[in-house]
Design a protein. Structure first.
Length: 115
């Protein structure tokens, strides 16, 4: 059974940083595009950042310059470095793995930005 396990969420003050991790198992990780999405209370899930199997990245305008997505194929893990966090970044963050019609989601990790 495919597993995506997120970690690294928590409570952080505005202006702070977090690094989220997504450990994948039972998929050929190197061929999968990886992504981070988030869902705030009462809102739809939205894309935060994606990284292709070749390492090309894409970011939502709201996080450009503050967040960085990366991947370590040797560890089957994707990361999201989130800097200069704002209260509006508060959400459950979900990891996503996609290859053609094969799409998988993690269980989510809560990020709360508050003083």
């Amino acid at each position: 059974q495919v597993q995506l396990v997120e970690s690294g969420g928590g409570l952080v003050q505005p202006g702070g940083s977090l690094r989220l991790s997504c450990a994948a198992s039972r998929i050929p990780f190197t061929v999968y595009a990886m992504g981070w999405y988030r869902q705030a209370p009462g809102k739809q899930r939205e894309l935060v950042a994606t990284i292709t199997s070749g390492g090309s990245t894409n970011y939502a305008d709201s996080v450009k310059g503050r967040f960085t997505i990366s991947r370590d194929n040797a560890k089957n893990t994707a990361y999201l470095q989130a800097n200069s966090l704002k209260p509006e970044d508060t959400a459950v963050y979900y990891c996503n793995a996609a290859h053609w019609s094969n799409i998988y989601w993690g269980q989510g990790t809560q990020v709360t930005v508050s003083s």
